[in-house]
Design a protein around this ligand. Structure first.
Ligand code: NAD
Ligand code: TYD
Length: 336
């Protein structure tokens, strides 16, 4: 199979590329990525010399370039990860979020329609459901109640992708995963930010009361689910991918500090995020029933391995925390 992956230099996309290339599944894998602040080719160093792998530096909003690549390569499947993926950044600067997540997805869908790509997988998020009222876990029919510019842009792109199935009978499938964690995650997201700050004895900023609940999914479990959907999922369908491990943020941060042997006093309360969703919790029953997938990684084991990875890779951390990250950190956390 020939794969075209967008956003393959980011956190989840690079894990998917590394996983695929460790198998015999792809004959060719093209990674189309703009290399924004979140895109990092160091994430792909383990596979950079694989003869089946090719990198294309491009923007998914660039219709000509997207068309040329899809027309020239004729991929069997497009796996669309590329996105502006961070809620806090989407609050500070919503425009790039709408450009990439909506226009970029539209541009890709159009090129795939014109060139009759046999399979299109749109990677989305549980955040499209907004805050999920306890005690329910959201299934795929839960109403869309996006709270942030990020989640609204993902909900819009999900609907657009699904409309291409309904209107053009294009074989599009949407997956909605819960919060991912694992190696190579950019330290703007909760778990890598807390691990790297704790290693450096910096304060750990807890938004509000820290009792917001997130459902944690190891990135490798997510990537196995994506492959299961490509191989056994149905076109026109949505599949939730949850980790079945819903925890309040403060409990996650306590575990990180304990694992690193750092004092709990490093936690510091900061002003809450505007529009902050209180609870995410997903039912993955449909995915499990139809594909046989299961989240295999226990959270404590996955968290310990992730902490070990950040400890073992100080040069990667120092690189991604230099430059632009510093001004982002100031903008998001100073005077909060
Ligand atoms: P990330 O921010 O780590 O990586 C995004 C990648 O997309 C980067 O390599 C970046 O360079 C690339 N990119 C951004 N704009 C682009 C553009 N215009 N053209 C081409 N490439 C562009 O993101 P991630 O955490 O790996 O998330 C990947 C996907 O998974 C996203 O669609 C996100 O919405 C979804 N998702 C993420 C999570 C999570 O917990 N991180 C959970 C569920 C779903
Ligand atoms: P995040 O990793 O940004 O993912 P999302 O907002 O997409 O769920 O945040 C996860 C949770 O952690 C969310 O409830 C916000 C909270 N959080 C903090 O308390 N402090 C922080 O510095 C960050 C980045 C997040």
């Amino acid at each position: 199979m020939k794969f075209l992956v967008t956003g393959g230099a980011g956190f989840i996309g690079s894990a998917f590329v590394r996983m695929l290339l460790s198998s015999a599944k792809p004959s060719t894998l093209i990674n189309f990525d703009k290399l924004t602040y979140a895109g990092n080719l160091e994430n792909l160093a383990p596979v950079a010399n694989d003869k089946r792998y090719r990198f294309v530096h491009g923007d998914i909003c660039d219709a000509k370039m997207v068309n040329d690549v899809i027309a020239g390569e004729q991929p069997d499947v497009i796996v669309h990860f590329a996105a502006e993926s961070h809620v806090d950044r989407s609050i500070h600067s919503p425009e790039p979020v709408f450009e990439t997540n909506l226009r970029g997805t539209f541009t890709l869908l159009e090129a795939a329609r014109v060139h009759k790509t046999p399979r299109f997988l749109h990677i989305s998020t549980d955040e499209v459901y907004g805050s999920i009222d306890p005690p329910h876990d959201a299934d795929e029919n839960y109403p869309l109640r996006a709270s942030s510019p990020y989640s609204a842009s993902k909900a819009g792109s999900d609907l657009l992708a699904l409309s291409y199935f309904v209107t053009y009978r294009m074989p599009v499938t949407v997956t909605r995963a819960s919060n991912n964690y694992g190696p190579y995650q950019f330290p703007e997201k909760l778990i890598p930010l807390m691990i790297s700050n704790a290693i450096e004895d910096q304060p750990l900023p807890i938004y509000g009361d820290g009792m917001q609940v997130r459902d944690w999914l190891h990135v490798d479990d997510h990537c196995r689910a994506i492959l299961a959907v490509i191989e056994r999922g149905r076109a026109g369908e949505i599949y939730n991918i949850g980790g079945s491990r819903a925890l309040p943020n403060i409990e996650v941060v306590r575990k990180i500090l304990a694992a690193l042997g750092k004092p709990q006093s490093l936690m510091t309360t900061v002003t809450d995020r505007p529009g902050h969703d209180r609870r995410y919790a997903l039912s993955s029953e449909k995915l499990m029933r139809e594909t046989g997938w299961n989240a295999g990684m226990p959270f404590e084991k996955g968290l310990a391995a992730t902490i070990d990875w950040y400890r073992a890779n100080p040069a990667w951390v120092a690189h991604v925390k230099s430059g632009e990250y510093q001004s982002y950190y100031q903008r998001n956390y100073a005077n909060r």
